[in-house]
Design a protein. Sequence first.
Length: 429
Amino acid sequence: MKELSSIYEVGGIKAFEDYVTKNYGFQKKKALFIRIADKNNTTRHIFFSQRWQDFDLLKLEKKFPVGNGAWLKLPAKKGRYVLEISSSKSSKGPWVQVGISSKDREMLLSQFRRILTITMLPLFLLGAATGVFLSFRVLKPVRNIIQTVQSIEIGSMKKRIFRSNTGDELDELARLFNEMLDRINNLIKGMRDSLDNVAHDLRTPMTRIRNTSEIALQSGDDCKVHSEALISVVEETDRILKMLNTLMDIAEAEAGTLRIDRRFMNISTLIERVVDMYQFVAEEKSVRIHMDVPQECYASVDPERISQAVANLLDNAIKFSPSGGEIRVEAHQKENKIIIKIQDEGDGISAEELPRIWERLYRSDRSRSQKGLGLGLNLVRAIIEAHDGHVEVQSEPGKGSIFNVILSSAHYKSIRINPVKEAGDLPNS
């Protein structure tokens, strides 16, 4: 528009016609519509008018040109395309109009719309089907979790979530959920077993108390019978209280609320005191205790609790050692760990019973002939774990047992000040 207007301004209509004929006469593709109209918008000349037969060009005389870059749009006789025209008024009076048809553009867009419709419909259906499939597959673990929770609500603790073993987040969630259900199930089973065992173990002393009291009542004024009855009642009551206190200690330790009064001290001193206390019991059964501990082996522990744990292990070793047998008590420090080893020459523990020896109130058939509550090993593990340690056992029938108590000493080096050499009074096992 600017180019043609300049030519018209300089050379007039003759120069304008020559320029248009020379430069735009053979332009078939993207041909330009060029019109000259007088100041009243009457057509003076339309170049290459045969190219614009699709439009009613007479209507242009009814659409007065608008300058300043405004566009006129002349619809085609047939079709959705238009002739877009820009107008410029020369200083000599006439209007110069340049336009272009949107036919090619509309044909291209029409092809795009057709191709888009043909391709997008299958793609949409495929995407919808894929989305439904993926959502069904992705939400399947969630549905499994819902079904499992619903089964648990009606009392079934055996159902578990099916795992895809893909290693993704939902598979990891299923694994953690199953492990949580296993722990809950084990806790419930442990509670039931503990209640059953407590009821069974309390029945005997309570029956003895009742029978003793009944005998004392029937004896009349016999002071000796009354005294013996009271002594028996006190003994049985102490046994019951001891069992209940031990159960409370174990529950507190497992809940993480057991009070641990840590002091930096020599573990060897603790072991020596426990061995000295049980030396007389071992001699009565003709069992030798061989001790091999270093002079100094320091860690920050609760001396009463650790002594209680070692005493329980040593008491069990003496109980189940044959007459003339030997018990080895050893301790050594390896890297940042202190290992206390207690080995006996007893009958050992079968592979079936080995995982159950840590359960509350569990007593094997062989151990029921020995005095005890069935809480010793459970209390040992609870105490050691409360000290951030752990207990290991190795045993074979006929070859005895080895218990290893492993305590950490790495983070106690910074408080190696005023070590306590004496453990004080040792608690009963």
